[in-house]
Write a protein that binds this ligand. Structure first.
Ligand SMILES: *[C@@H]1O[C@H](CO)[C@@H](O)[C@H](O)[C@H]1NC(C)=O
Ligand SMILES: *[C@@H]1O[C@H](CO)[C@@H](O)[C@H](O)[C@H]1NC(C)=O
Ligand SMILES: *[C@@H]1O[C@H](CO)[C@@H](O)[C@H](O)[C@H]1NC(C)=O
Ligand SMILES: *[C@@H]1O[C@H](CO)[C@@H](O)[C@H](O)[C@H]1NC(C)=O
Ligand SMILES: *[C@@H]1O[C@H](CO)[C@@H](O)[C@H](O)[C@H]1NC(C)=O
Length: 337
C-alpha cells in the first residue's frame, strides 16, 4: 500500500448529506435567476417581434399609400465604358421596403450613356438623401438616412418606432451598345429586365441579395442572375455563350432561347431549396446533366439518355457542343427541350 492510499479519506454519510444539501442551497438561487433571465429574454423577444411586425406592416403599406410614380426622380447619367458596374444600395438606410430596379433599353441610337432615375418615398422623407459615388469602375448610388445606424448595425433600424421605411423605384435605361461586361448589383431590391428591341451580344451580370429577378423577353449573349433570397423567372433570348441563374432560396422558372449562332453555349442553373422549371423551345443543343437531392427530375424530348434515374438524368439533345447543368437540393426539376 502506498502512503497516498493509506491517507485516502472516504466521506462519511453525514458529510455527503451536507454536501448535497449545500449544492441545493447554491443551485436553487441559480435556477431562480436562470428562470427570471429566461423570462426576460422571452419578453424581450415578444416585444421585438411585435415592433418588427408593426414595422414590416407599415413598410409593406407604403407601396399602397404612396404613388411613387408621382415622385420627381433624381437622375444620374454616366458613360458605361467608364462605369460598367452599377451598384444601388439601400439597406444601410434602414428598413427599406424592398424596392425595384427596372432595366430597359433606350429606343434612341443617339443615347450612349446609361441613365438612372431614382424615385424614393419614405415615412419620414425629410431625412432621406441619395448619394452618388464613383469608386473605380463602379457608379454607386446609395439611399441614406441622416440619423440611423449604418453598416453592420443597420438591422437595428428594423426595430425603430415609429417605423422608418423607404420605398425605392430605380429605372436604369441602357444604351443600345453596352460594354462587353456590365454589372448591376444591389442589396434589398428586385431586378426586372424589360424586352430590348436591339439584342445585346455582350454580357450582363445582375445580382441582388434579397430580391427577385424577373426577365421579360430580354435578349442578351450572356447573362448571370444571382440572388440569395428570391425567385428568378421569365424569358431570356439570344444566349450565345453563357446563362447562369443561382438562388439559395426561391424557385427558378425560365424560358430560354439559345441563339442560333451559339456554338458552345453553357447553361448553369442552381437552386438550393426550390423547384426549377426550364423550357428551351427546341433551341438548346448539347449534353445535359440534371440532379436533385430530394425531388424528381423530369426531362421532356431528349435525343438520348445515358442516366435516367428519379433524381438524376443526363444525356444529349441535338448534336452540338452545349452543356446544361441543373442542380437543386430540395425540389423538382422539369426541363422541356
Ligand atoms: C455621358 O455622360 C458623361 C458624364 O456625365 C457626359 O460628360 C457626356 O457628355 C455624356 N455623353 C453623352 C453622349 O450624353
Ligand atoms: C421603347 O419603346 C417601347 C415600345 O414603344 C416602349 O415600351 C419602351 O418603354 C421604350 N423604352 C424607353 C426606354 O423609353
Ligand atoms: C417557349 O414556349 C412557351 C410555351 O410554348 C412560351 O410561353 C414561351 O414564351 C417560349 N419562350 C421563348 C423564349 O420563346
Ligand atoms: C448571328 O451572327 C450574325 C453575324 O455574326 C449576326 O448578324 C446575327 O444577328 C446573329 N444572330 C443572332 C440570333 O444572334
Ligand atoms: C464540337 O466539338 C468537337 C470536338 O470537341 C469539334 O470537332 C466540333 O467542331 C464542335 N462542334 C461545334 C458545333 O462547336
Amino acid at each position: 500500500m502506498s502512503s497516498k492510499d493509506q491517507y485516502k479519506h472516504e466521506p462519511s454519510y453525514e458529510e455527503r448529506r451536507v454536501t448535497t444539501g449545500c449544492c441545493g442551497c447554491i443551485w436553487t438561487p441559480i435556477l431562480t435567476a436562470c428562470g427570471i433571465f429566461c423570462c426576460l429574454i422571452v419578453i424581450a423577444i415578444v416585444i421585438l417581434s411585435v415592433i418588427l411586425g408593426v414595422n414590416v406592416n407599415a413598410c409593406g403599406k407604403l407601396s399602397q399609400t404612396v404613388d411613387i410614380n408621382a415622385v420627381t426622380p433624381s437622375v444620374y447619367t454616366f458613360d458605361p465604358n467608364t462605369f460598367p458596374n452599377f451598384n444601388f444600395i439601400s439597406f444601410n438606410s434602414i428598413l427599406t421596403k424592398t424596392g425595384q430596379i427596372y432595366v430597359t433599353q433606350s429606343n434612341s441610337t443617339n443615347d450612349k450613356n446609361v441613365t438612372v432615375s431614382v424615385r424614393v418615398a419614405a415615412t419620414k422623407d425629410e431625412t432621406t438623401s441619395i448619394k452618388e459615388e464613383n469608386i473605380d469602375s463602379t457608379k454607386k448610388i446609395s439611399l441614406e438616412r441622416a440619423d440611423t445606424f449604418k453598416g453592420a448595425l443597420a438591422w437595428i433600424g428594423y426595430l425603430s418606432l415609429p417605423p422608418r421605411c423607404i420605398l425605392a423605384k430605380v429605372e436604369v435605361v441602357l444604351p443600345q451598345t453596352i460594354p462587353s461586361v456590365t454589372t448591376i448589383d444591389t442589396d434589398v431590391n428586385d431586378i426586372i429586365f424589360y424586352a430590348n428591341s436591339v439584342p445585346y451580344s455582350s454580357q450582363i451580370n445582375a445580382k441582388t441579395v434579397n430580391g427577385e429577378i424577373d426577365v421579360n423577353n430580354f435578349a442578351i449573349g450572356s447573362l448571370t442572375l444571382n440572388t440569395n433570397n428570391g425567385g428568378i423567372k421569365g424569358s431570356v433570348s439570344g444566349i450565345i455563350n453563357e446563362l447562369v441563374a443561382t438562388t439559395d432560396n426561391g424557385g427558378i422558372q425560365l424560358n430560354v432561347l439559345v441563339s442560333s449562332n451559339a456554338t458552345n453555349p453553357k447553361i448553369e442553373i442552381t437552386n438550393s431549396f426550390s423547384d426549377i422549371q426550364l423550357n428551351f423551345n427546341s433551341s438548346f443543343s448539347g449534353s445535359y446533366d440534371v440532379n436533385t437531392d430530394f425531388g424528381n427530375v423530369n426531362v421532356v424530348n431528349p435525343s438520348s439518355e445515358t442516366i435516367n434515374e428519379d433524381k438524376k438524368k443526363s444525356g444529349k439533345v441535338g448534336d452540338k457542343n452545349g452543356t446544361l447543368t441543373v442542380n437543386t437540393k430540395n425540389g423538382n426539376i422539369n426541363i422541356t427541350f
